[in-house]
Design a protein around this ligand. Structure first.
Ligand code: AOF
Ligand code: ZN
Length: 344
């Protein structure tokens, strides 16, 4: 399974809607007779690639796969049937397929008399496709909430000015992380006040070819001429104030798995209260304002014992780029996850 995981993580697979999957076929002596991995949506599945490599030697072999073989005809045929047709004797799987459309392959294989097993190195397999797994398990995308703050927790000065709290190096870093998500979400208010373009640009400011979906939530119409309405990327408007409703729509109607949430203080508070912030990414800049807009609006928590607690999982110091005269301050990037509620 270690080898199958390694194959699944092969470099060069483009980001897309499909999970990373690896497959190794072993003959009864334990000799590898075929290997394969999924190269992205629309290409053959890992099992099919491994079966093609093994040819006749697949008969009687054990297939070790990081994900349960699919049971559906999607962009390609069902892997469960391909394994049965090839005469495989046993199938060992790490993760069962949480995608309701594709799951159930293990039952089909067992009914055909093939020995099946699952759960081996499950955490590694899940971690490989974190957002994909989360989205199919929860019926909504994984949410990374990103914001920039001064040392005293402000996201704008009292006159409303907010360009810029974080350093150029921090803002470049944001573009790298945005590119790993399939959706950028803000509220109507952010579009009205900041008029952001919400695209992913490279270090020279050029637009990347593959852009995340831009999503704006709120009931009001967007101001004509807003930059999110340009043709640099696709934009959807979600006419709701309910975070759960917006996220479920993004999953159900748009197939979205990972939201980069850049909402302002009010919307951020609504997401936190609804319990739908799965990861927090915060850029801390060495500035003090003493007044101005708080990075998060009132959460309605009146005492310290009610504080929303997070676990720090990663830190990064963002040093200024010596070539860039504007890049002066050192920023800190913190990655946090909500603390899991205590058992019992
Ligand atoms: C497998 N092996 O290598 C992969 C699987 O649109 P399709 O036909 O490519 O189907 C995509 C779904 O199939 C994907 O969401 C996941 O449930 C499963 N992917 N299954 O047996 C593979 N990539
Ligand atoms: Zn498949």
């Amino acid at each position: 399974m270690q080898r199958a995981l390694q194959l699944a993580a092969s470099p060069g697979v483009p980001l897309g809607p499909n999970p990373r999957v690896g497959c190794v076929l072993l003959d009864p002596d334990g000799t590898v007779v075929g290997e394969g991995f999924h190269h992205g949506a629309g290409t053959p599945h890992a099992e099919v690639e491994a079966l093609a490599a093994a040819g006749e030697r697949a008969r009687g072999a054990t297939a070790v796969v990081t994900l349960e073989p699919c049971n559906h005809t999607g962009r390609t045929g069902p892997c469960s049937q391909a394994l049965i047709a090839a005469g495989v004797a046993k199938v060992v799987v790490a993760q069962r397929d949480p995608n309701p459309v594709a799951g159930g392959g293990l039952e089909t294989l067992a009914e055909a008399g093939i020995e099946v097993e699952h759960g081996l190195l499950l955490d590694d397999a899940r971690g490989l496709n974190r957002a994909w797994s989360f989205a199919h398990e929860n019926g909504r995308p994984f949410v990374t909430w990103k914001f920039a703050t001064t040392l005293d927790g402000r996201s704008a000065a009292s006159d409303g000015s907010s360009r810029w709290v974080s350093s150029p190096a921090a803002r470049r870093d944001t573009h790298v992380l945005r590119a790993l998500c399939d959706t950028i979400l803000v509220g109507t208010n952010t579009v009205e006040v900041d008029d952001p373009q919400l695209t992913v640009r490279d270090a020279d400011g050029g637009l990347l070819e593959l852009q995340p979906l831009r999503a704006v939530m709120g009931e009001r119409d967007l101001p004509a001429g807003s930059r999110v309405l340009d043709d640099a990327a696709e934009t959807v408007q979600l006419r709701t104030h309910d975070p759960v409703d917006a996220l479920e729509t993004l999953y159900r109607d748009h197939g979205r798995q990972h939201v980069f949430f850049e909402g302002g203080p009010k919307l951020a508070a609504a997401f936190l209260k609804a319990g739908v912030v799965d990861e927090v990414l915060v850029y801390v800049a060495p500035l003090l304002l003493g007044s101005g807009k708080s990075a998060v609006a009132n959460l309605g928590l009146r005492s310290i014992d009610k504080a929303l607690r997070l676990d720090l999982v990663d830190t990064l110091v963002l040093l200024p780029d010596s070539d860039d005269p504007d890049d002066s301050g050192i920023n800190l990037r913190l990655t946090l996850r909500p603390t899991a509620p205590k058992e019992g």
